[in-house]
Design a protein around this ligand. Structure first.
Ligand code: HAM
Length: 424
């Protein structure tokens, strides 16, 4: 690789032309499914005020404590590159008193985490928020949307895992119970978990450190501390998931890294990913709208899928092999000096573009057939159209299918039909 003076920042990779078609495939597929489910797009700014995320995600979370890109702007305002989008959606919903309550977004978020496989500092999410969602039916409705998105993409091997965090009161009881249990093992635990026992004890359950694993396995389950209302809510969600044929597993260790959740939370994992195996996550967040200045009893739930991780998961399920979203490029080469030939070729080029074909600009500088074909190969052209003097006299072109290698002469008025036959 050439050594260059300027490089993209750590954990913030470029999305290169050879990969961008996968992003376009994902974006276009999910947009279509969002339309089917009547979700409307909302685009919020990348830069937001610091307190929006302190208030919503929670002061004691890793994101707020150490992962936000935060700074003072020229007007001495404390701002951050958004670490997630849910808080921004809720802010915009309240600020503009939106009438639409089913919203989706596609865009970048930023977290100053240690980069590793599947973990970036700039990453991209596809998310959906259902503001005003109440009751178990709405929790499952948004999970059905998530299933629709994943199935629409062709993903097969994913697992949906569900837990309930209950309400604030039951969580307080659970915190105490968990703390009592963990205290007796504290000296054998990782430094991170030792610290979390004091600051955010439930997050200890999320630890991947081998020193913590055995201890966590035997920890009391959060489900045992649920108050009757939350217990019933979880039971209803399970029942409706079964009615709607949405496969799931209960995983009592899902605790989430953001503080705004209550009751149902979930993660979607895929075996193609390594340690960072969550392709998406979400849950219910009933108090956030009230917390940010909106109506107090406005329920809500939502999820976000990570695009970088989806790309790896789709690779694991063999989707990229079958999918040819790449541009089906037509490459035209013209031989002969006659201005009439050039004029006709330009006419064909323009007609094909009008009919939505993707056509590389004709290069009249090149005269050697071999050079043209080398260029067509480099551009990954699917079809080459040749216009020479002989063909021109007969009102024809030659069309070469670059995949099969077959070539045929075609009358001008049949060019589009033959191209469509090859390209579809
Ligand atoms: P989250 O679990 O922080 O939740 O992120 C959701 C997904 O974004 C993760 O499952 C993962 O696929 C992707 N992701 C997160 N951080 C990174 C990273 N550093 N690099 C690559 N991918 C990453 C939220 O953000 C919530 N706002 C989800 C939500 C929406 N809850 C309710 N509504």
């Amino acid at each position: 690789m050439a050594s260059t003076k300027f490089k993209s920042l750590k954990g913030m990779p470029d999305i290169l032309p050879e990969d961008v078609w996968k992003w376009q495939y994902i974006e276009s597929s999910v947009r279509n499914v969002f339309r089917q489910f009547n979700y409307t797009e909302l685009r919020t700014p990348i830069l937001e005020s610091l307190d929006l995320f302190q208030r919503s995600i929670g002061q004691e979370t890793d994101i707020v404590q150490k992962e936000m890109f935060q700074f003072q702007d020229r007007g001495q305002r404390n701002v951050v590159l958004r670490p997630e989008v849910t808080a921004s959606v809720v802010r915009a919903y309240i600020e503009h008193q939106l009438a639409v309550d089913k919203l989706f977004y596609i865009g970048a978020s930023f977290r100053a985490e240690r980069p590793q496989a599947g973990r970036f500092r700039q990453f991209h999410q596809i998310g959906a928020e259902f503001i005003g969602a109440k009751g178990a039916e709405d929790d499952v409705a948004i999970l059905a949307l998530m299933q629709g998105l994943l199935m629409g993409l062709g993903l097969k091997d994913y697992v949906l895992e569900i837990n309930s965090l209950g309400c604030k009161e039951s969580r307080a009881g659970y915190r105490k119970k968990l703390k009592d249990y963990l205290q007796s093992y504290i000296s054998n635990m990782s430094e991170d978990s030792q610290r979390r026992i004091e600051t955010n004890v439930i997050r200890v359950l999320d630890s991947k450190d081998p020193r913590d694993q055995e201890i966590i396995k035997k920890a009391p389950s959060i489900l045992e501390s649920l108050l009757p209302k939350s217990k019933e809510h979880l039971e209803q969600v399970k029942e409706i998931l079964e009615q709607r044929n949405i496969p799931y597993r209960i995983n009592t260790k899902i605790v989430r890294g953001l503080d705004y959740y209550n009751d149902i939370v979930y993660e979607i994992t895929h075996p193609a990913l390594g340690a960072q195996n969550a392709i998406g996550a979400g849950g219910r967040y009933d108090s956030l709208v009230g917390e940010l200045g909106g109506s107090k009893d406005c329920g809500a739930c939502g999820f976000a899928l990570g695009i970088e991780r989806l790309i790896v998961a789709l690779e694991g399920d063999g989707v990229w092999g079958q999918n040819q979203f790449q541009n089906a490029l037509v490459y035209m080469c013209v031989f002969g000096d006659s201005p009439d030939i050039k004029k006709k070729a330009l006419e064909i080029q323009s007609e094909l573009r009008k009919d939505n074909f993707s056509v590389e600009e004709i290069s009249f500088k090149e005269v050697k057939m071999k050079k043209h074909f080398q260029r067509a190969d480099r551009l990954n052209a699917r079809v080459v159209i040749l216009q020479g003097e002989d063909e021109f006299k007969e009102g024809q072109v030659s069309i070469k299918d670059m995949k099969t290698g077959t070539q045929e002469k075609v009358q001008y008025d049949s060019i589009k039909k033959v191209l469509k036959g090859i390209l579809t």
